[in-house]
Write a protein of this length. Structure first.
Length: 328
């Protein structure tokens, strides 16, 4: 759990939950670092092990889900997931002892202006973390920005989990929801997909995703995550000025991505390209048109996106969405 949230320092071995003082034998409380609807999280020192930890104590509202939530995330031992050391009960209050993460929630992190390459890195690590979780659990349950912890990664340890990561940033996923309790798997997958889309919108707020991208509803969380990885790849590649001397190659890479995942809004794509100078509109249009109409020689393709191009792309999108619906 995050170490950098502000709040009041509490007395050693005692905290306040539900308006009542609760003693925490074996743990010296350093400060409160997070408070939600169902629990309060404190930075504490485990006296026996002389180790700083995050101590999460559930209130009455969250009590019924505390053990299930903890049991869901505890087996997931991975650098991209907050580790859980212990779960127990303390005079009617459930608590968990967890890894203390030297950072802040993504929600807090985004309150300050963050460079695009840093936000791209956060998305890539977030996506990698969810994909790891999905190997063991049907859904995370609450993969929103409040449950993404962001921290410095000076040694670039986390580069191995996000290819071509642009910034020295680490990410860990925390607090999983109780999705299995509802026994409505499809409904929970769609709910998770919606949260993932909302998270992308928050991370890339300045990119106007809804203008750039036709986002399909009703898809599974895994499909949605994979699609948004393609959108992130477009944002990452099209904004990288280091590639500006490879205009023809860049146009081919972008055209392939746009055709592979035909959810882009072409007018906004070309607006982005004009701002980035990574290639020319004419080069990109010729490559998109050559792929849409099966033209072998790119130079023979139209160098503008006209109404016929838009109709062909819309038809491609319709077929793509039908396939996605079947696969989901």
């Amino acid at each position: 759990m995050s170490t950098s949230a502000p709040n009041n320092v509490t007395t050693p071995q005692g905290v306040t939950v539900d308006g009542q003082s609760v003693l925490t034998p074996g743990f010296n409380i350093v400060r409160e670092i997070g408070r939600g609807a169902n629990a309060v999280v404190f930075e504490a020192v485990d006296e026996l092990l002389s180790r700083r930890v995050a101590l999460k104590i559930w209130n009455k509202r969250g009590l019924s889900r505390a053990q299930f939530e903890t049991a869901k995330i505890a087996p997931l031992e991975h650098p991209l997931v907050v580790r859980t050391y212990q779960f127990n009960w303390l005079k009617g209050h459930a608590y968990a002892v967890m890894e203390l993460v030297p950072g802040v929630s993504c929600k807090e992190w985004l309150k300050e202006s963050q460079p695009l390459d840093s936000r791209i890195s956060v998305w890539k690590l977030y996506s990698a973390a969810l994909k790891y979780i999905y190997n063991f659990e049907e859904t995370h349950g609450d993969p929103h920005v409040g449950n993404i912890l962001v921290f410095p990664d000076v040694d670039r340890f986390y580069d191995r989990y996000a290819e071509f990561q642009g910034a020295s940033i680490g990410v860990k996923i925390a607090d999983m929801g109780t999705s299995k309790v509802h026994n409505l798997v499809k409904k929970m997958q769609i709910r998770e997909a919606k949260i993932i889309w909302e998270t992308a919108g928050r991370i890339f707020k300045d990119q106007s995703l809804s203008r750039l991208w036709f986002h399909p509803n009703g898809l599974s969380h895994k499909t949605t995550l994979n699609l948004l990885d393609d959108l992130c790849e477009f944002i990452s590649f099209s904004s990288n000025s280091a590639y500006s001397d490879r205009a023809s190659e860049n146009a081919s890479i972008l055209a392939n991505l746009i055709i592979k995942t035909p959810l882009f809004k072409l007018e906004e794509v070309f607006a982005c390209i004009k701002k980035s100078h990574i290639t020319t509109s004419e080069r990109l249009a010729r490559r998109i048109n050559s792929r849409l109409f099966g033209i072998t020689n790119t130079l023979d393709a139209n160098e503008i996106i006209n109404e016929e191009s838009e109709r062909a792309y819309a038809a491609l999108r319709e077929d793509f969405l039908k396939k996605l619906a079947l696969d989901s």
